[in-house]
Each structure stands twice: as C-alpha cells, then as structure tokens.
Design a protein around this ligand. Structure first.
Ligand code: DOR
Ligand code: ZN
Length: 327
C-alpha cells in the first residue's frame, strides 16, 4: 500500500520485484517533477505496466497524485486512474520540495476529496527534532480526522507507539507500516557503524515503538496495512556523504515478513496484514493472484542490477532468509 517505483531505468530495474509477487501497489508520486496532473498520472501508469512486462496482467498500479491545491475539474480528470492523493509537508523527505507549507490552507482540496471519496495519504512528519517529528505531527491528524470525518485518511509508514494509539481514536484514520519498521530500531541504523541502507524517513525509533508496531501488525490490527515504502536509490546515492533516505525492501518483503510472523506464531494473520485489511478498508478488488511461500533458505543478493543501468542494494543484502517465494 506504499511503493516507490521511480521512472526510467530505475523503474525498469525494480518494477518486477513488486509486480511479480503482488497483485497491486499504491504508487508514490514523488518523481522529479512530481505527479500532479491527470495526463502525467495516466502516462506514468502506462510506463509502469510496460515495465511490469509479463506481470502487467495481474498487477494493478494504484496511482496517486502529489498533493497540491486541486480544483474539482483537475481531480475529476484524474479520477479514472486515481486511487488517492499523497500529501508531503514541504521539505520533510526525498523529493518533497514541492510539498505544502500550510496544511490549513489546503482545506478546499480536503473538502473536495472528502466529497469525491478520494483517500488522503499523508507523510506525517514535522521538521522538528528527528525523533519527535512523527509525534509532533499527530495533532495534525487529529485535526484533519475531526474536521473531515468522511475523508479516509492514511497515516503512512507509522513508526511510533503513539501513532498506533491514535488509530483507535478516529474512525476515519488508518495507517500503513513498513516491514523494516517492525524489525529495526534506531540502534540498527546508527547505534554501531552507520548503516546507510537502513536510513529512511521517518527514521526508525525506539524499541518500545518498534514493539508497539509489531504487536499491532502481528494481531492484524484491522486499521493497519502493510505499506512497504520500498524506496530504491542508486548505490552511489546511499553509500556516500549525504546518504539518500529509503530502504529497498521489495526483493525480500514477503519472505522477511513470513519469517517474522512465523517466529511469533502469527502466520495466520499475515494475509490480513499484507492485503486483506487494505482490500477491506479501501474496497479494492485486485486481480486474482496467489503466491506460495515455502520454508527454504536462500541468500539475498548483495546487488540488484546487471551494471547496464542503476545498481541498488536491497534490504538484508547478503543475509540468509528462511522463507522464499516459490517461483
Ligand atoms: O525514506 C524515504 N524514502 N522516505 C520517504 O518518505 C521517501 C522515500 C523516497 O522517495 O526515497
Ligand atoms: Zn514513501
């Protein structure tokens, strides 16, 4: 329910890692420049399906517009291919330079989206102290959920126990969580040698936060959905001074989640967490597709890419995983 596929060579490299095992994904609009019109959205969708190749028949790209002030006509034009609008506050993450400066000034667009039944997906961080950015933003969610009770709001990639608590307070508030935020804490990112491939926004938090997220995921909390936030960057943009934020999780996502849920005796909740909850919350009907996960170890490649285009280092590069997706 939250995927970065990028464009061009990168799109062609990473698309199959998600379009293969998944029947659909919510595609993030933070391209350069961002996706802000019906024409661009529809053309981007076509490029994704082209990059998906043989997987295109059973893969539904659920397209999003980058939040800005939209008129009813602009939203209506995008509607045939539009799933949701993604809001980035200005400057909080990768390619968010055209994000909004004032949430309250955006009321007319929120109202239109509420009337038109278009979900609002939010990168909920302030520009405050890095560990407090998400909790500082929670009051914005409370205001939005209260003022627009029929607007379906998704707190994207939550990382704190406080955000989990908020889910139960507002009927129209939902959340996604990444696989990596169920597993790592800030210690894994920066507690020892710096791990650039685990650096993402929002940054992983405390063990108590990770444990609250994990408990909600393992219980298949009905308002929580898996959103991978798989966010590929070229290796040289990660392994450098000024490391880009993003974890490329797509190649290991299902095996790693199967392992996590199996370790906690919760495999019976894996389906709901990965897709059942999302289908129910959003009324989705993805293409019929099933995959088989088998308990069979494999070693995650250290690189994705054959050298002719970008090279990306996947999450868990070089480690042995216990589960694999059966071809
Ligand atoms: O770590 C992140 N990477 N967080 C985001 O919000 C954006 C993403 C990206 O596009 O690379
Ligand atoms: Zn993202």
């Amino acid at each position: 329910m939250h995927l970065h596929l990028r464009d061009g060579d990168m799109l062609r490299l990473v698309c199959a890692d998600s379009a293969g095992p998944f029947a659909g994904a919510v595609i993030m609009p933070n391209l350069v420049p961002p996706v802000t019109s019906a024409e661009v959205l529809t053309a981007y969708r076509a490029r994704i399906l082209e990059a998906a190749g043989p997987h295109a028949a059973a893969f539904q790209p659920l397209m999003t517009l980058f939040f800005q002030h939209y008129t009813e006509a602009q939203l209506a034009a995008a509607l045939p291919d539009l799933f949701a609008v993604k809001l980035y506050p200005h400057g909080v993450t990768t390619n968010s330079e055209s994000g909004i400066h004032s949430i309250s000034a955006a009321d007319p667009t929120f109202r239109l989206m509420e009337e038109m039944g278009i979900p609002l997906l939010v990168h909920g961080e302030t520009t405050g102290f890095v560990l407090d950015r998400e909790t500082e933003f929670l009051s914005v969610y409370e205001t939005l959920a209260t003022r627009f009770p029929r607007l379906r709001i998704v707190m994207e990639h939550i990382t704190t126990a406080a955000a989990v608590t908020l889910l139960d307070r507002f009927e129209n508030l939902h959340a996604t969580v990444t696989a990596h935020h169920l597993i790592i804490t800030l210690d894994d990112v920066a507690g020892g040698m710096l791990q650039p491939h685990l650096f993402c926004k929002p940054i992983a938090k405390r063990p108590s936060d990770r444990d609250a997220l994990l408990a909600a995921a393992l219980a298949a909390h009905p308002k929580l959905m898996m959103g991978s936030d798989s966010a590929p960057h070229p290796r040289e943009a990660k392994e450098c001074c000024g490391c880009a934020a993003g974890v490329y999780s797509a190649p290991v996502l299902l095996p790693r989640l199967a392992q996590l849920f199996a370790d906690h005796g919760a495999l019976d909740h894996l389906q709901a967490f990965i897709s059942g909850n999302a289908c129910r919350i959003h009324g989705l009907n993805p293409p019929d597709k099933s995959i088989t996960l088998v308990r069979e170890s494999w070693t995650v490649p250290t690189r994705c890419g054959d050298g002719s285009g970008p090279t990306v280092v996947p999450w868990e590069a070089g480690s042995e995983l216990e589960w694999r997706v059966k071809a």
